[in-house]
Design a protein around this ligand. Structure first.
Ligand code: NAD
Length: 491
């Protein structure tokens, strides 16, 4: 990797600088030093992306789904060969450790592989009976917006599902972490994607999203990011009735019941929480612990947090790198101060680390006032709050007490409690006795203010399809018409 990076836009099958000639600085969060530039798209660049996407739609959506899938699978294999270099670039611009970046690319490749492998099956007609069949069709041109926390996984997931479904995708990737978009688009280009089927732009996020969504060429929007921005985009999309998939913020609870294995729960929570410096929408942020084990669990959690080695992301000894940008440090300072001013106790960490870079200590707060901002605003950083509960009703009420509903976790071996918790938690996903959740083959979504629409699994690909109902007057034997060959209902 050269020392200075210059990232361009990809429009109509070619790399180009932004029409205005302007670009943005890239800052290494571990050093606060500039290490490159990223091109800014002008309105004319966006019009070119829209036109080439529109021009490519008919041909791409009529390309047999198996062939589309094969191309996405080829891109996955190309991406595998590039993943060491891509992970190093991601670690430098985002601040996550090299090991985390490699793990992220492994998951990004799975997203490409899974959607590539399932494109044919998920595009096949779905017979209802001998007279009726549902024909899945590509919805049209997709505008995709991805953030900086997991750019490889999120770019791969949106691109793979959209392209496999037969849709051209215009991706605006996060300006702070451009390399993941560039690597994945290069892999698609090398795999033979026709001009216009994928575009990659960077620039002024509100200008780009507004410009794209004001165009009737865009038929669907897929956004991952904060709840306020998701709402703004959904409002703009309403003008053209563009379908929205919104994967927004989270403020995930973990409920630790009295029978839980304390050491295992504390270490699982600490490992997952401090991955990517806590900047994950699914990261646990509010820990609720059965009162009889509260003190013991808290001590164990503090030990686990204090063992986290914070340092340069390229140092193999590092467990947690810096936060991605100065905005997140400012948010950690504000949330911690406000909680402490209201009486919270700092059990671990609690401050910025005194060295260059956006480093924040793994932080645990107890005795947090119920109205403290940290209990209501998504912390999106390495801060955990811990509180005791007495009854399961109290735990459920507290767990559901925010406006978010992305992920929820709990630790107990009791089948009765598990059943009750699964029924009662307001969340798009629940993990029991561990914290991992997202995978290529399963749908992922939020409820309440965490968004709507699905990403991942069959539902994620179907988000980019219209399901056309075809009604005949005469019965056709299922499987006897060319259209129905190979079709499987419910796949
Ligand atoms: P932000 O809301 O300004 O930006 C989040 C992402 O959305 C960025 O990548 C940004 O480029 C993009 N964005 C912002 N405005 C946009 C617009 N009008 N159109 C299209 N894209 C737009 O916040 P931030 O300071 O970068 O990140 C912090 C907050 O973002 C956190 O509090 C968290 O809620 C949220 N976030 C959530 C996720 C997630 O996975 N759900 C990921 C990253 C950030």
């Amino acid at each position: 990797m050269s020392d200075t990076m210059n990232y361009k836009l990809f429009i109509d099958g070619a790399w180009r600088s932004g029409g205005s000639g302007d670009d943005l600085a890239l800052i290494n969060p571990a050093t606060e030093q500039e290490f490159g530039r990223v091109a800014i798209a002008s309105p004319a660049d966006l019009d070119d992306a829209l036109k080439s996407a529109q021009n490519s739609f008919l041909q791409w959506s009529n390309t047999p789904a198996e062939a589309r899938g094969k191309l996405v699978g080829r891109a996955a294999r190309i991406m595998k060969e590039k993943s060491e270099a891509a992970a190093a670039a991601l670690s430098r611009e985002q601040g996550k450790t090299l090991a985390e970046a490699k793990g992220e690319y492994a998951r990004a490749i799975e997203m490409l592989e899974w959607n590539g492998a399932c494109a044919g099956e998920l595009s096949a007609p779905l017979p209802i009976d001998q007279k009726r069949v549902i024909v899945p069709e590509a919805i049209g041109v997709v505008a995709a917006f991805t953030p900086w926390n997991y750019p490889a996984v999120l770019n791969a997931r949106k691109l793979a599902a959209g392209i496999a479904a037969g849709c051209p995708v215009i991706l605006k990737a996060a300006e702070e972490t451009p390399s993941a978009g560039v690597y994945i688009v290069e892999a698609l280009q090398e795999a033979g994607i026709p001009p216009g089927v994928v575009s990659l732009v960077f620039g002024d996020p509100p200008m780009i999203s507004e410009h794209l969504l004001r165009s009737p060429i865009i038929r669907a929007l897929s956004f991952t990011g904060s709840t306020p921005v998701g709402k703004q985009l959904a409002k703009i999309a309403a003008n053209n009735l563009q379908r929205c998939v919104l994967e927004l913020g989270g403020h995930s609870p973990v409920v630790v019941f009295e029978d839980a294995d304390i050491a295992q729960a504390a270490s699982a929570i600490s490992d997952y929480k401090f991955e990517c410096a806590g900047q994950s929408c699914n990261a646990p942020s509010r820990i609720l612990v059965a009162r009889p084990i509260y003190e013991c669990f808290l001590a164990e959690l503090v030990r686990a947090a204090e063992k986290i080695r914070v340092g340069r992301p390229d140092d193999p000894e590092t467990d947690m790198g810096p936060m991605a940008n100065a905005r997140r440090i400012a948010a950690m300072e504000r949330l911690t101060k406000e909680a402490v001013d209201r009486g919270a106790r700092v059990e671990a960490g609690g401050k910025r680390i005194d060295r260059p870079g956006f480093y924040w200590e793994p932080t645990i707060l107890s005795n947090v006032h119920p109205e403290s901002q940290v209990l209501h605003e998504e912390p999106f950083g390495p801060i955990l709050t811990v509180a005791p509960f007495t009854t399961i009703d109290e735990a459920i009420e507290e767990a559901n007490a925010t406006e978010y509903g992305l992920a929820s976790y709990f630790f107990t071996e009791s089948p009765e409690i598990q059943t009750r918790m699964i029924r009662s938690l307001s969340a798009g996903a629940i993990s029991i006795n561990h914290l991992k959740g997202v995978s290529a083959d399963a749908p992922n979504a939020g409820v309440k203010q965490s968004g709507y629409g699905y990403e991942g699994g069959a539902e994620g690909l179907r988000a980019f399809q219209n399901l056309k109902l075809v009604n005949r007057t005469k019965a056709v034997a299922v499987g006897s018409c060319a259209q129905c060959l190979g079709a499987r209902r419910g796949s």
